[in-house]
Write a protein that binds this ligand. Sequence first.
Ligand SMILES: Cc1cc2nc3c(=O)[nH]c(=O)nc-3n(C[C@H](O)[C@H](O)[C@H](O)COP(=O)(O)OP(=O)(O)OC[C@H]3O[C@@H](n4cnc5c(N)ncnc54)[C@H](O)[C@@H]3O)c2cc1C
Length: 451
Amino acid sequence: MLELDVDVCVVGAGFAGLSCARALERRGRRVCVVEARERVGGRVLTVDRGDGTWIDVGGQWVGPTQDRLYGLARELGVETFPTHTAGKNLLYVRGQRGRAYTGTIPLPVGPVGLFGIAWLLARANRLARTIPVDRPWDAPRARELDAETLADYLDRAPITKTARRLVEVAFENVFACDADEISLLFALAYARSAGSIERLIDVRGGAQQDRFVGGALGVATKLAGELRARPVHDCPVTAITQSDRGVVVRGARAVVRAKRAVVALPPRLAAEIAYEPAPSAARARLWDAFVMGRVIKCTAVYDRPFWRGRGLSGQAVSDDGLVNVTFDNSIPGSGLGMLTGFIEGRRAGEWAERPEVERRAAVLACFARYFGGEAREPLEYVDKVWAHERWSGGCYVAYMPPKRLTDVGPELRAPHGRVHWAGTETAMVWNGYIDGALESGERAAAECARD
Ligand SMILES: Cc1cc2nc3c(=O)[nH]c(=O)nc-3n(C[C@H](O)[C@H](O)[C@H](O)COP(=O)(O)OP(=O)(O)OC[C@H]3O[C@@H](n4cnc5c(N)ncnc54)[C@H](O)[C@@H]3O)c2cc1C
């Protein structure tokens, strides 16, 4: 059993924990990061294919206003490159292929549908702007907005069924849950923390704009490599005890004594730790209020990006089927083609329990419907069921069903004595994203550095 004595013990070596440790070290504090997995990066994971190409099976994109993440990558020498967007996007409505289009808004829904989507997004953005990023529960109509689901809101909108469903698909792709599961207030606050709904869903000008050369895990690995103290791996933390003098953090193979602890975990995993003394009843309700999203990220590798030859971008949106959204995830210069799609929400819950061979067939059938028969014959197929990851418990992020945020929101960042909370779920800016994780780590570091 390792015995360590430091100023701050950080639990979790995802982007939040690592950014916290770095900020504390820069303030001259002695830090120890304790991590359950054998690796850093948490919900970001890159599979190295050994031929200079890679597949990001977790978080991968960075976009405008995610300045912390761009800045960090620059500092660490990790370059970015634009997501492939050249060519036409495809839209499938009720199984029928519409006319290919460019940009985010699918033109083939017709002028009425198109107007409906633009009107709805403008209206929702206006509502989102009334929500304070640091205190969504204090928004003028917080209780009213928190009492209903995103689906209720979409149902009431005077737009065509197709337009409604397409907006719903876009949101499902953002939250990895179904629209009838998430609080409207939570969804709008999330959009507000990103700037707007378009920032969440767009490729160019939005959260999907750029990728990292070598994969996003490289940023986390380099960040960890710059810390004075290397994370203690394979060490799930099970207990944190605190007194007037400090904290004792107990993990599978280390006991760390420190003045303070920062718990940088998804909320449900933070709740599994035994705290002595126990946190308030409100904090217990907060943890309980969070539900993890469900996503399976699926990538097929081909000998070439054959869809580009047909003038297609690799982006498809469909109002039905297993995979509703796809992207061209090829590695520039490799010659290979890669298509990535997502299974989300309830569908992800169902398909997580099926054998990979069945998922593969169903996902490739979707790709083939969008891009032609060649899509059925990849060189390789990789998918990642995030619900099966013991130390994530789902993904991309935790959301709240109705009537929770207004009840327990104020607990979100409130320290429990000498124990502080980080993780993307606590972020004020880009909540749910890597950039938000970085912000949360810096904020928790500033709280600890007040000693
Ligand atoms: C498929 C997918 C696609 C995504 N796409 C994007 C994207 O394109 N762009 C983007 O910005 N974001 C994306 N995200 C979200 C992004 O990955 C997360 O917001 C971010 O990585 C969260 O970082 P974090 O440090 O808050 O949490 P985590 O990454 O979850 O870090 C928590 C760490 O704590 C560890 N841990 C858990 N329990 C314990 C314990 N008891 N003791 C010790 N350690 C423990 C975990 O192993 C983990 O390393 C995506 C996520 C997924 C899964």
